[in-house]
Design a binder for this molecule. Structure first.
Ligand SMILES: Cc1ncc(COP(=O)(O)O)c(C=O)c1O
Length: 405
């Protein structure tokens, strides 16, 4: 079995029992029904601090990407550490504010903001709106004129860089729906005074998620640096540079980017440019810190396969069916049994409701508990009531304590 320390710093076996930090998972299921999401606050704090420290010299504004996990306890704790928020809807904006994030640390991204959402953002006087098209610029300006207010704008640039990640989460190629083509950006900045109520002095990019190699970041940042220099030549000075999120995590012994390398590229490209740097990390803050404890409903012998049917379904964790993603699945109790090979599936009526095929585990019996790892990002926030299944509970683990959230 893979070393669990590589999956998450919070997991350990004490004797036979799996612990999340200093909480025995057995104690969680004595109180709560499965399936249940568990998040380690200690690990989230550690991930945030590591990210911040690697960039500290640049005095960055970190805006946690709420879309990755909108559990309120998580947003609250990140806010206390100094984080702002990157939001993509009125709902996320409201939640960030309700969780104590100050409006002047909130950026609003997204390709399809509605009038109602823009008006709400204007009313709340957030730090900036990242705009994805000329049509959106026009609309925000009209609304800001109407509301007699000024708003900071960054143009989200599409740098035409392939993030080399799953095709469903790459966002920076020219054919993707996101951002304004890089070739059009200088010309829009030259016309920025046409928009009376917009202060357009920022650039934003976000080229994709679960990026595991440094080169896509390097290519995109180089293009953005050149763009800023071109703007300078035209006497247009950029104040805010939002470099998005995207750093991948270790789901399956995969390569991950060293934060040292990431920050050294940023220092090299932008360190002397007198810019306010903004980052929007999501997955790298919460991904490794989330787990689902699930009960085995049934062990089913097929013709050529053994199926473990869990009580957690694709409606609770969509990533495997949406992205064919890998999640380590480990026993809650390490028992000395023979090894068996399983397909591990959920109860939902779809063949894509599968969490892992050909997994070797010590023999599992119905009623045993398994833990799905690396489920902290794009897990609960994407869940649905498909098959009329209720949304599952979430708890946060705080060292040796845990509570419902
Ligand atoms: C605009 C924007 N910023 C930030 C993020 C967060 O990305 P990640 O969770 O990969 O860090 C996303 C998600 O894809 C995004 O769309």
């Amino acid at each position: 079995m893979v070393s669990i320390k590589k999956i998450s710093k919070s997991l350990k076996y004490v004797g036979k029992q799996l612990f999340i930090n200093n909480v025995d998972c057995e104690n969680i299921i004595k109180i709560h029904k499965t399936p249940i999401y568990c998040y380690s606050l200690t690990e989230i704090i550690g991930n945030y601090n590591n990210f911040y420290k690697s960039l500290e010299k640049l005095n960055p504004l970190i805006c946690y990407a709420v879309k990755a996990n909108f559990n309120k306890e998580i947003i609250k704790i990140l806010g206390k550490l100094g984080s702002g928020a990157d939001v993509v809807s009125k709902g996320e904006l409201k939640l960030a504010l309700d969780s104590g994030i100050s409006p002047n640390k909130i950026v609003f991204s997204g390709v399809g903001k509605t009038k109602e959402e823009i008006i709400y953002a204007l009313k709340k006087k957030i730090f900036q709106i990242n705009v994805e098209s000329e049509e959106e610029l026009e609309e925000i300006n009209n609304l800001a004129v109407n509301k007699k207010t000024l708003v900071n704008i960054s143009l989200r640039v599409n740098p035409d860089v392939d993030a080399n990640t799953h095709k469903k989460i790459t966002t920076g190629r020219s054919d993707d729906k996101f951002g304004i083509p890089i070739s059009k950006v200088v010309e829009i900045f030259k016309r920025k005074n046409d928009y009376s109520n917009l202060k357009i002095d920022g650039i934003a990019i976000h080229i994709g998620s679960q990026i595991t190699k440094i080169d896509p970041f390097k290519n995109a940042f180089e293009k953005i640096r050149k763009l800023i220099l071109r703007l300078e030549k035209n006497k247009i000075h950029i104040k805010n540079l939002d470099l998005g999120g995207g750093i991948g995590i270790n789901y399956f012994e995969n390569q991950v980017i060293s934060l040292k390398k990431y920050s050294s590229i940023i220092k090299k490209e932008f360190g002397r440019m007198n810019l306010k740097l903004i980052f929007e990390p999501g997955r790298s803050i919460v991904g490794s810190a989330g787990f689902i404890i699930s009960k085995v409903i049934r062990v089913k012998k097929g013709l050529g396969k053994n199926f473990l049917i869990l009580d957690v379904g694709m409606n609770d964790l969509m990533r495997p069916s949406l992205y064919e993603s890998y999640h380590h699945i480990i026993p809650m109790k390490k028992l000395n049994r023979k090894k068996r090979n399983y397909d591990i599936v959920g109860p939902v009526c779809e063949s894509s409701d599968i969490f892992g095929s050909n997994r070797d585990l010590n023999e599992v019996e119905s009623g045993d508990y398994l833990v799905l790892c690396s489920a902290g990002a794009y897990g609960s926030c994407m869940s649905s009531n498909y098959n009329c299944r209720p949304l599952i509970k979430e708890i946060v683990v705080n060292d040796s304590d845990f509570f419902k959230s």
